[in-house]
Design a protein around this ligand. Structure first.
Ligand code: MAN
Ligand code: CA
Length: 261
């Protein structure tokens, strides 16, 4: 089409003209100023391009220097109470208190005297107890045995039953007759000490087979050996053997005499 061909040639013409003008302009600018290549003695004729678009943002910079000390913070909340402090010094004496109620009536003269007598008696009793304990120690060292309030004394080394009874009677005492195991043991210890049997103040002289104390009472405690009393050959007296057992025996043996008081 002729119109389109014409337009194309016009455009080609205009473009060539524009290129020419731009070249001329750039040559002019290069001759007047040399800004593209800042070399001292040379000045190349180079056309400057159009400014490019902005680049991407750069990397983060290095950490900066430490800042200045900040302002003092606000006061915190109240803390828990601290430990108890040391004891304080003693204070001054306080003022005199009010008068108390009236006291009870004092002891009468009679009561005062009674109290004095009582404390004197107590002192005397204490002294007596000490003395008794001393006697006991002396008696224990001799041939005397004490069981509670009964004393057993050896008054002769070899006598018959009848002679023994007499010797004890002369001392306002009687032949020993144990009323319980404790007393029997005390007499056994004396028998063991002398290594001899001893007569007890017990016999069946009045009624054969019925043993009595010297006061006539029937015995309440016995410690007969096996098969005793057997009245072997008419045995009316009682011997306490070193083992502590009893045997009825003739009254004519000669044994140590032990009296009880
Ligand atoms: C033996 C027993 C006793 C008795 C004496 C007498 O030991 O028969 O019962 O009294 O002999 O010697
Ligand atoms: Ca016998």
């Amino acid at each position: 089409m002729p119109k389109a061909t014409s337009s194309k040639s016009e455009k080609m013409y205009l473009l060539a003209t524009l290129q020419f003008l731009m070249l001329a302009l750039s040559l002019t600018m290069a001759s007047e100023e040399c800004e593209c290549e800042p070399k001292p003695n040379t000045c190349n004729i180079m056309p400057c391009g159009l400014p490019g678009s902005n680049g991407l943002p750069g990397r983060d910079g290095n950490q900066g220097p430490k800042g200045e000390k900040g302002d003092r913070g606000e006061r915190g909340t109240l803390g828990p109470p601290g430990k108890v402090g040391p004891m304080g010094i003693k204070g001054d004496q306080g003022p005199l208190g009010p008068k108390g109620p009236k006291g009870d009536k004092g002891d009468s003269q009679e009561l005062i005297q009674l109290k004095a007598q009582m404390s004197a008696l107590q002192e005397e009793m204490r002294m007596l107890k000490d003395l008794i304990n001393k006697y006991k120690k002396v008696l224990i060292l001799s041939d005397i045995k004490i069981v509670d309030q009964t004393f057993y004394m050896v008054v002769a080394s070899e006598e018959t039953f009848e002679e023994g009874k007499k010797l004890c009677s002369q001392r306002n005492a009687q032949l020993a007759a144990p009323r319980n195991a404790k007393e029997n043991k005390a007499l056994q210890e004396l028998a063991e000490k002398f290594n001899k049997y001893i007569y007890l103040g017990i016999s069946d002289e009045v009624t054969e087979g019925t043993f009595r104390y010297q006061n006539g009472q029937i015995v309440s405690y016995t410690n007969w050996g096996h098969g005793e009393p057997n009245n072997a050959g008419n045995e009316d007296c009682v011997e306490l053997q070193t083992s502590g057992i009893w045997n009825d025996r003739s009254c004519t043996e000669k044994y140590p005499v032990v009296c009880e008081l």
